[in-house]
Design a binder for this molecule. Structure first.
Ligand code: DX5
Ligand code: ZN
Length: 215
């Protein structure tokens, strides 16, 4: 059974409590939370105070996607703010093994995200330590972009690597996910689908989440 993780990035930032309450009622499994620093990606979103504020209104697992440089500095702070799953970018971590251990030491699930140009084989020597691999299916930084088709190939490669190394890592897909590609993504091997604009810009987000969940 696959998981659905709506992304807060496309919610109405003036009404985040309403977004949380909608998600609480929905079939969403996780709440995907995109943190951007304006350095690793060409956009700035929000940080720990916002996560802390919405934590008290949400019953869902907080899946925090860090698009920031030097994530090691803030691991404990994100735990305190309410993160359950913490994902860092491969491209932002010089000492990735240390970063992953630090996330786990704080009692969170540890994920690594790959930009569209990064080959999954770079994870060969870390995959057994990971709870999650997040494949970016758009270039990180913005919601509402179109899906990159090469993602299916990356899922296949990653699935092989996970089996080969006996890893328990989940495969999460982030960017441009809609009902038009969700089934193929799951059939190819995705375990978690992030959806931002497709959920929050729809007329009935609860229904849209239900449709993504029941494919
Ligand atoms: C992009 C973010 C995504 C974004 C996805 O950098 O990591 O999580 O919210 O948005 P959609 O689903 O609209 O592509
Ligand atoms: Zn994301």
């Amino acid at each position: 059974m696959h998981l659905i993780a709506p992304s807060i990035l496309s919610a109405d930032f003036a009404n985040l409590q309403t977004a949380c309450e909608m998600l609480n009622k929905s079939e969403a499994d996780w709440f995907h939370i995109d943190v951007m620093d304006g350095v690793f990606v060409p956009n700035i979103s929000f940080g720990m105070p916002v996560i802390k504020a919405i934590r008290k209104h949400s019953t869902k697992i907080f899946d925090v996607h860090l698009m920031i440089v030097e994530p090691d500095k803030y691991i404990a702070a994100f735990k305190t703010a309410g993160a359950d799953v913490l994902t860092v970018h491969y491209e932002a971590c010089t000492h990735l093994h240390r970063t992953i251990q630090a996330i786990k030491a704080e009692g969170m699930k540890a994920g690594v995200s790959l930009n569209p140009h990064t080959n999954v084989n770079v994870l060969e020597d870390i995959i057994v330590d990971l709870d999650l691999v997040l494949i970016m299916s758009v270039n990180p930084g913005f919601g509402g972009q179109s899906f990159i088709e090469n993602t299916y190939h990356k899922i296949e490669q990653l699935k092989k690597l996970i089996h080969l190394k006996n890893s328990k890592a989940l495969i999460e897909i982030d960017g441009g996910v809609t009902l038009a590609n969700a089934k193929k993504l799951i059939d190819t091997g995705a375990n978690v689908l992030v959806a931002g604009s497709y959920v929050f810009n729809s007329e009935n987000p609860i229904e849209t989440i239900k449709n993504l969940k029941n494919i």
